[in-house]
Structures are given as structure tokens and as C-alpha cells.
Design a protein around this ligand. Structure first.
Ligand code: SAH
Length: 480
């Protein structure tokens, strides 16, 4: 939260800017556009969307341009080439020209008339450039790479598109509509700021719900009852961080991270995943690695609850999916018992990550009728003795073993004794979806010895079953 008072100067200077992003109101203003091709038609529609009066000069307009001029009232098509006199009084001029020479003429004519000019695809001739746009109007985001790499700009745009809910549009419009009612209350600076902070939090948390007058009333009421009310109410979100590759976070997970005050993360979570959190968020590592001394589950649950009680938005980032071998039950019970609001966002579990990276279906028809996830690590660190052996030795099942490396020799010994075919294919995947993923393969009877000599140090899954008999792929993985 920005605690700076308006009279305090910012401490850091801005670095050099290639261009200045400005947001130009064009509604009702004349804009000149030269050119009749498809590219010009798209520019005409873009300019028309701002409410500008777009005058298009094109001796031979193409079909798209003619259609745009028919569909949109504020596009006037003039079926001749532009002349210098046409620039008079225009707010902007855009030229989609055939040659550099024509581009220079166009630029010079615009400048002579004092009109800022863009010559399409000729950055050297431009006063201003069009960025890629993310549109949640009245929220408009423009992205410019100063012509360095348009594809890069498009990718940045796609990423912003993915994290900004469509509903932002309605909330931003509500902010505009409600501003007079808030101003009319003559609130002091801090109280007004608090109102807009709460508005923003609600908009971000419930972006997909339409804002209503009841929301406005409720937000204003929180200001009235502030003195009486206790500290702000925190919340907890259990978020699946996926198996390693940070790009496997869900869009919802990224949003939660972007509004977190505190992030508690396991040691299986990659640093890049943790870095998806809001810059100001406090990050706390709460690893509890199998056999090493570290935070206990009780400590972690207590910490989550106490942070939420301080009014913090707590994100608990758990490796893979939170509901699979993540002891989520204890955290959920603790949070609910404390009366703190809770949300759970699923993630890609390690088994799904490993299967994708191996390129092997866990439910190959004919060979697997069932997939089962088990843990080979009981509370005491030994192989649990109440596993369902008949299910695990079923020749048409795929078994994925979490936390199964240490007990692999005993597990395999027992499976073989219970009747599993010793030639059943097995794969151990270490650090699935990470750049340094490793696989150890072999018939199940040989797997323990191979794993012992490979001596994996990272998290490992053991996959067992006829479905894993195909050749694992070496698909491209993320580069950390
Ligand atoms: N909730 C997690 C599992 C937590 S239990 C999930 O849904 O994936 C921790 C175990 O998960 C590890 O011991 C290992 O067996 C497995 N695991 C987690 N990430 C892994 C990865 N990237 N590669 C292989 N196994 C992984």
C-alpha cells in the first residue's frame, strides 16, 4: 500500500523513456486518415472507436474500408487522394502510404499544419506510434516496445489480457459514476483514499460480479462504521502452485498472488512462481521437507491464521494441487475455525505435470482402466501397511506414487509378493516440468536398483503400470 502523503516527494527518479504514453481524448475531433487498404480500415475502426470524426482519403478504397465507412457513422470516406489543405484543424493524422517518399510528403504536410502524425510501419517518420491495446474501457492499457519488437509487444499484451478480468470494465465505469457521490461527502484525504482502496480491493476480488448501488452503499457504510469496527478482516487463499514450471500457474492463481499481502510458500515452489506475487507482498518460506527439521504443520497453520487475523490477505502457495497430499485439510480446518474467509484455487498436480512432460497418457485405453494416486510415506516415514494391494497389483491400473522414493524398495518388494508382474513398466520422474527434469525407467523389478544408483535429490514421482510402456518423450520444457 502506498503510504506516501501527497506532500512527500517520490524518492526514485524515472529512467529514460523511449516514448511517453499519453491517453488522447479524440471524441468529436476530426482525424485525418490516408489510405484505403485493410490496414487502414483497421486503423479507421480503431480511431472511430474513440468517437473521433475520421475522414478517410482514398482514391480507391478497398472492400473493408468501404464496409467500415458504411457501418460506422463517424467514418467519412472521401474518394480522392489527400491534399495539404485537408489537414487543417485535425487532431491527428495517420497515413498508410505506399512509399517512403509519399510518407515524407504526408509527414511534412501534417507538420506544416501543426498536426501530430503517424506514418504506418515507418517509425522514423512518426511523431507518435500506436501501441498494442488491452481494452477494458474506461481502463485502457497501451503497450509500446518503441518499434523494437512488435511480436514481443503482442506477447506482453496477451499476458496482461490473461490476468485482467473482463469485469474490470464495469468496475472502472462504476468508479467514474460513483465519484461524485464520494466527493459529495467531503471526506478528508485519508478517508477518501481508504474508500478507493476498498473499492479497488472489491473490484479486484469480485471483478466478475457486476458492481451495484448496494456495493457503493456497503463501501460507504464501512467508512461510517470504521471507528466501531475492529481491525480489517483478512482472508486466506490456498493456491496450487503447480509442479514447478511457473507458467503452469492458473490465471486465478496469478490474480490471487497479485493481490496478496503475504505469501507463504513450500520449498517445492519455484522462485519464479513466488515472484508472480505483488512486489510489495511479504514472502515467507515455510518448507517442511520430508526428513529435515523445519516448520511443523501446526506452526504453519497457526501462522496463516494469525496473519489473516491481522487483516492480511494471505496466499498459501502449495506445490502441485493443494488438495493432493498437501495436508490442506489441517489448514482449511484451522482457517475456518478462526472464522477467516477462505478460498481454494486448484493447481496442476505433479502427476499431471509428469504425464504431460513424458507425453504418456495415464489412462491409455486397453492398458489402464484406473488411475490411482498413493503416498508411500506414512506418518512414521515408513511404507503405509494399509494400502489396497489388490488395486495396486491390478494389471490394468496406473499407479502414481507421491513421496515414494525412500520406500521404493519395500514398496516394490511387497507389490511383487502381492502378484504384480515384475516386468510392469515403471518410471521415476525427478523434478517433473523443471528444466532439469530427470527420468529413470525400467521394469518395476529393476527400478529400485536403478533409482539407488541415480540417487535423485529433488522431488520424485514413481509411476507404475502398463500405460507407461510407451517411450517417454523429450518435449520442450520451460527455461527457468
Ligand atoms: N500437492 C502436491 C504434492 C505434495 S506431496 C501435488 O499435487 O503435486 C510432495 C510430493 O509430490 C513429492 O515428494 C513428490 O513425490 C511429488 N512432487 C511434487 N512436485 C514434483 C515434481 N515437480 N516432480 C516430481 N514429483 C513431484
Amino acid at each position: 500500500m502506498d503510504q506516501r502523503r501527497p506532500d512527500e516527494a517520490p524518492t526514485a527518479r524515472l529512467g529514460a523513456l523511449a516514448t511517453l504514453p499519453v491517453f488522447f481524448r479524440l471524441s468529436g475531433k476530426p482525424v485525418l486518415l490516408a489510405g484505403g487498404g485493410d490496414g487502414a480500415a483497421w486503423k479507421a475502426e480503431l480511431l472511430a472507436a474513440t468517437g473521433a470524426q475520421v475522414r478517410v482519403f482514398a482514391a480507391e478504397p478497398g472492400a473493408k474500408m468501404r464496409q467500415a465507412a458504411t457501418d460506422l457513422d463517424n467514418i467519412d470516406l472521401v474518394s480522392r487522394a489527400w491534399t495539404p489543405a485537408d489537414f487543417a484543424g485535425c487532431a491527428l493524422a495517420v497515413g498508410d502510404v505506399e512509399s517512403d517518399d509519399e510518407g515524407r510528403l504526408f509527414r511534412d504536410a501534417a507538420r506544416a499544419a501543426g498536426v501530430p502524425v503517424n506514418v504506418v510501419d515507418r517509425p522514423a517518420l512518426c511523431d507518435f506510434q500506436f501501441g498494442s491495446i488491452v481494452e477494458r474501457s474506461p481502463v485502457v492499457i497501451g503497450i509500446s516496445t518503441d518499434g523494437a519488437a512488435p511480436v514481443f509487444g503482442q506477447e506482453i499484451r496477451a499476458r496482461i489480457e490473461a490476468v485482467l478480468p473482463q469485469g474490470l470494465r464495469a468496475w472502472a465505469a462504476a468508479a467514474k459514476a460513483w465519484r461524485p457521490a464520494v466527493m459529495a461527502r467531503n471526506l478528508d484525504f485519508r478517508t477518501r483514499r481508504r474508500f478507493w482502496e476498498r473499492f479497488t480491493r472489491r473490484a479486484m476480488d469480485q471483478a466478475d460480479a457486476q458492481p451495484t448501488e448496494a456495493d457503493l452503499a456497503a463501501l460507504l457504510a464501512t467508512l461510517d462504521t470504521d471507528a466501531a469496527a475492529g481491525p480489517a478482516r483478512g482472508s486466506v487463499v490456498l493456491v496450487g502452485a503447480g509442479p514447478g514450471d511457473p507458467d503452469l500457474l492458473t490465471v486465478k492463481a496469478v490474480r490471487a498472488l497479485q493481490s496478496a499481502d503475504v505469501v507463504l510458500y513450500d520449498d517445492l515452489v519455484s522462485p519464479r512462481t513466488v515472484n508472480a506475487a505483488r512486489r510489495e507482498a511479504t514472502r515467507i518460506a515455510v518448507g517442511k521437507r520430508g526428513y529435515k527439521p523445519s516448520c511443523t504443520q501446526e506452526d504453519i497453520t497457526a501462522l496463516i491464521v494469525s496473519l489473516a487475523r491481522e487483516g492480511k490477505r494471505v496466499v498459501r502457495l502449495k506445490g502441485g494441487d493443494p488438495m493432493i497430499f498437501g495436508r490442506a485439510g489441517e489448514e482449511i480446518a484451522g482457517v475456518l475455525a478462526a472464522g477467516v474467509p477462505l478460498e481454494i484455487i486448484p493447481g496442476v498436480t505433479a502427476a499431471a505435470g509428469a504425464a504431460a512432460s513424458l507425453g504418456l497418457s495415464l489412462t491409455e485405453r486397453e492398458t489402464a482402466r484406473r488411475v490411482q494416486f498413493i503416498t508411500a510415506h506414512a506418518r512414521n516415514g515408513r511404507l503405509p501397511d494399509d494400502l489396497a494391494w489388490a488395486a495396486l497389483t491390478d494389471p490394468r491400473s496406473t499407479t502414481v506414487v507421491y513421496m515414494g522414493v525412500k520406500t521404493l524398495p519395500v514398496l516394490v518388494e511387497r507389490l511383487l509378493a502381492e502378484g504384480l508382474d515384475p516386468q510392469t513398466p515403471g518410471i521415476v520422474v525427478e523434478r517433473a516440468t523443471w528444466p532439469d527434469e530427470r527420468r529413470i525407467t525400467g521394469p518395476i523389478v529393476d527400478l529400485p536398483a536403478r533409482v539407488a544408483s541415480a540417487n535423485p535429490a529433488g522431488p520424485c514421482l514413481v509411476l507404475i503400470g502398463a500405460a507407461l510402456g510407451g517411450a517417454p518423450l523429450a518435449l520442450d520444457r520451460f527455461r527457468g
